[in-house]
Ligand binder design. Structure first.
Ligand code: HMG
Ligand code: MG
Length: 306
């Protein structure tokens, strides 16, 4: 008899498009467009949206309008709004805009930590510790993003032990949830599972999410591999927007539309209206002047035309 692995029946998707998606755009994207994107995502049923980051505007000019964007969005009850805060300066600025969740972001690779946040892994943890404490004191939930958990643009393959090391440090300083990120999209299912298993040494399954970039077209397979381990939370990006400025060549996160199609096709609930999401993806792609990076989005739009 065929036996199937029991997959989660419900999945939560965090759309990171406004932040991870747009941070890498070369042309300035007006704050009004970012705000409208957030509105369209929440109207499509997204329950968490990563809106912006409070990083140096010299490093990432595209996110310099963080305050304007956070102040401009009309919040919908039941939706959580998260933002990236690499240090206390960023956290203090973010606090004025009252995010529901902040994200400290570290890397399993020493070289990527240096390139991305200008400090070693150990120094990053020292910087994060007071941010985590201050956020918790303010009643703000703390997520940790772990970059380069399978591969690094500077160091190559990353061993699971290094992921476990970083996850352990994040747990020690009180981070409540971690995202296992394949920053440059080089991972394949078994490697991603090894990174998740390493993370499970320090975090419960319910406190782990997957964050897969799709550079090598593996992100849907990696999502399924994570689901097989019971992971039920994923970061995705509408229209497959994005890439990291410090990971050259890396493309966007797996498209939210593609993941929703995969999940709904397997009978897994997301609470997301795929048609409305496809419209949101088509809209932002039009604003950016290029076709959507979501295959599902493009296919469903083409079907509507026929
Ligand atoms: P630094 O230069 O080491 O910091 O940057 P510093 O403390 O020495 O300060 C230098 C200058 O930056 C000072 O200004 C500070 O005021 C300012 P100056 O006196 O020269 O005018 N500064 C800040 N300004 C605004 N907001 C702040 C802030 N902190 C210092 N928070 C820093 C350290 C982390 C700030 C810098 O390296 C930086 O901004 N890096 C950008 C990192 C980034 O946004 N990367 C992309 C997001 S991560 C990602 O995409 C990966 C993820 O998706 C998961 C995955 O896929 O892997 C999450
Ligand atoms: Mg990312």
């Amino acid at each position: 008899m065929t036996s199937f692995i029991q997959l989660p029946t419900q999945v939560k998707l965090v759309d990171v498009g406004p932040r991870d998606g747009l941070q890498n755009e070369k042309q300035p994207v007006p704050a009004a467009v970012k705000i409208e994107l957030v509105h369209r995502l929440q109207a499509a049923g997204l329950k968490e949206i990563e809106v912006t980051s409070y990083v140096s505007p010299k490093w990432v000019p595209q996110m310099a309008d963080n305050h304007e964007v956070m102040q401009g969005i009309q919040r919908q009850p039941g939706v959580r709004y998260s933002v990236l805060t690499p240090n206390l300066k960023g956290f203090e600025a973010a606090l004025l805009d009252q995010p529901d969740e902040i994200v400290v972001f570290g890397a399993a690779s020493e070289a990527f930590s240096q390139k991305n946040i200008n400090c070693s892994i150990a120094e990053s943890i020292e910087r994060f510790a007071p941010v985590v404490a201050a956020a918790k004191a303010a009643g703000i939930y703390v997520r940790g993003a772990m970059s380069c958990t399978v591969g690094c643009p500077y160091e190559g393959e990353i061993a699971p032990e290094r992921v476990a090391y970083l996850a352990g440090l994040m747990a020690e300083i009180g981070v409540q949830h971690v995202g296992v990120a394949d920053t440059i999209g080089v991972g394949t299912p078994r490697k991603v599972q090894a990174a998740i298993e390493a993370t499970l040494k320090h975090f419960a399954l319910d406190d782990i999410s997957g964050h897969f970039h799709d550079t090598y077209g593996q992100a849907l397979a990696n999502t399924l591999a994570a689901l097989e381990l019971g992971v039920w939370q994923f970061d995705t990006s509408v229209a497959g927007l994005g890439g990291c400025p410090y990971a050259k060549g890396a493309t966007g996160n797996v498209a939210t539309e593609d993941v929703v199609y995969l999940l709904h096709g397997m009978g897994i609930a997301t609470g997301i209206d795929l048609d409305a999401l496809v419209d949101a993806g088509a809209w932002i792609s039009e604003q950016l002047g290029r076709p959507s990076g979501s295959r599902v989005g493009r296919a469903l739009l083409a079907k509507r035309m026929n």
